[in-house]
Design a protein around this ligand. Sequence first.
Ligand code: ZN
Length: 86
Amino acid sequence: MTLETSVPSGEPSYECAYCGQPFSHREYLVLHRGLKHGDELSDEEVNAFHEAYEEESEELRLFRLKALALLVLLYFGFLFMYSIVP
Ligand SMILES: [Zn+2]
């Protein structure tokens, strides 16, 4: 997973308290903290990480489902086309 870490000037940024890296979204910081500083986090920060992480996974799962549905649709679309074209 790659995170967008550059922050446009004027945008609110969230800085990692452990290494000082800026993030444009609070979720990115939460994910970064969990991935890079997992051993140093407080329980509260660990919980925030797990919540953010599960949200990401859920989005990924939905995306995969949609991609699969599209593939199936295409497959049957082609089957149908071949069946009517002599
Ligand atoms: Zn950090």
